[in-house]
Design a protein around this ligand. Structure first.
Ligand code: NAD
Length: 272
């Protein structure tokens, strides 16, 4: 067994030799996480249903001297998930880190929420988390190699918002699933966490502002101030870098001292 000092020295190390898969990595938070993991030395799979976007990010990482592979993946499609994960493992030799990040948002009051949209949200977040995790655990469990599974949840993994019932439900579900992965994965050295961002300026958020404005009858400025940042300690958006650094920390922390946790990165919005 390693001495405590030896173990703690390696707990915060770089990610040289590690292999990461980031879903939804062709844009926004996932892209930023993928770039940060590659910079820390990991070989990174850019997994997205946006094939052109995934390729562009993978090319840019490779041009900057990193290791990256674009893989086509719709996280709701079991065969697509399994073949993409198998391809990453065949190319890079393992799967050590999975970041389940792919997502969409559909806002509407519950009494008008289309059932098809409800199912779309559950499929991406809940089924997507399950399918990608199951496929990655096959490799993490081999010889109890272990690894880290990080889910990008939300402050809405802990509370709710008007107009986002499907998303709050799915985000709460992901929290429960992450805790189950932490409990079952422990004997195979797998850790699991949920990172819960506050509002981050990405294409997904920029699309939401006018939609919320329309649904609530407020101006875009009032939506930002009164619906998005009102419960933060300082009225400031969370950044892409804030989330990427948190994922990096949780991915490189190598013992089960830290597992099954949910980390809110939200400028104090929803303290727990
Ligand atoms: P984004 O729209 O910039 O990126 C989302 C990515 O997911 C896109 O590249 C898209 O192609 C991909 N994607 C969507 N559906 C997919 C599917 N079925 N299979 C594979 N890829 C798919 O969004 P973002 O803001 O970066 O959001 C990333 C994650 O962070 C989401 O899960 C979102 O709910 C969560 N989040 C975002 C915010 C925010 O304020 N932006 C806050 C909290 C949580």
């Amino acid at each position: 067994m390693k001495a405590d000092s030896e173990r703690s020295a390696s707990s915060f190390g770089g990610l040289d030799g590690k292999v990461a898969v980031v879903t939804g990595a062709a844009s926004g938070i996932g892209e930023s996480i993928a770039r940060a993991l590659a910079k820390a030395g990991a070989a990174v799979a850019i997994a997205d249903r946006n094939w052109a976007g995934a390729n562009a990010i993978a090319d840019e990482i490779a041009e900057a001297g990193g290791k990256a592979l674009a893989v086509m993946m719709d996280v709701t499609d079991e065969d697509a998930v399994n073949s993409a994960i198998d391809r990453v493992a065949a190319t890079f030799g393992a799967i050590d880190i999975l970041v389940s990040n792919a997502g969409i948002q559909i806002v509407s009051p519950i009494d008008q929420y289309a059932f098809a949209d409800w199912k779309k949200i559950q499929a991406i977040y809940v089924d997507g988390a399950f399918l990608t995790t199951k496929a990655a655990l096959k490799y993490m469990y081999q010889g109890d190699r272990g690894g880290a599974v990080i889910y990008i949840g939300s402050v809405y993994s802990h509370e709710a918002s008007p107009l986002k019932s499907a998303y709050a439900t799915a985000s709460h579900g992901v929290l429960g699933f992450a805790r189950a992965v932490a409990k079952e994965g422990a004997m195979h050295n797998v850790r699991a966490h949920v990172v819960c961002p506050g509002f981050v300026r990405t294409p997904l958020l920029d699309k939401q502002i006018p939609e919320l404005a329309k649904a609530s009858g407020l101006s875009d400025e009032r939506v930002v101030k009164e619906m998005m940042l009102c419960d933060t300690v300082d009225g400031v958006f969370t950044t892409l870098d804030d989330i990427a650094r948190t994922v990096l920390f949780l991915s490189s922390f190598s013992s089960a001292a830290l597992t099954g946790q949910s980390v809110l990165v939200s400028h104090g919005w929803h303290m727990q």
